[in-house]
Unconditional design. Sequence first.
Length: 159
Amino acid sequence: MKITIISVGKIKEKFFTDAIKEYAKRLSKYCKLSEEVISDERADESFSQMEIEQVKIKEGTKILNKIKSNTYVFILHINGEQLSSEKLAQKINNLGIEGNSDLTFVIGGSNGLSDEVLNRADFKLSFSKMTFPHQLFKVILLEQIYRAFKINSGEAYHK
């Protein structure tokens, strides 16, 4: 299985990059993982809603340019469906059985995702109604994907 993580904004904190590298290393046993980092657009707090929408559109265009046509796209979105770790594992497993062995997970920027990106989603996934820092969320996402593979393999990591 091939997993691609597309995220907006570079991660600057070493402890986050170390955690991401650790989960990427762990995942290498189960899948081919690739990461695409999209540069975030400048958006001051003084920006109007129209200016924020333009930022989302610019970031969205960059995201869409990275999504392959034959991939199954998970968009991480606060209003998406919440799944347990077991249900996420089951969904990933079922997608593989159905022939969807190329999965893409998209993490938007701090202003959210454009309508065009949201419309490209095959599945909108929410981990919580809470808001998380984007840098931390990438770690959480990778851990949950790793957990899903461990569950599907019947290994003892998941408790």
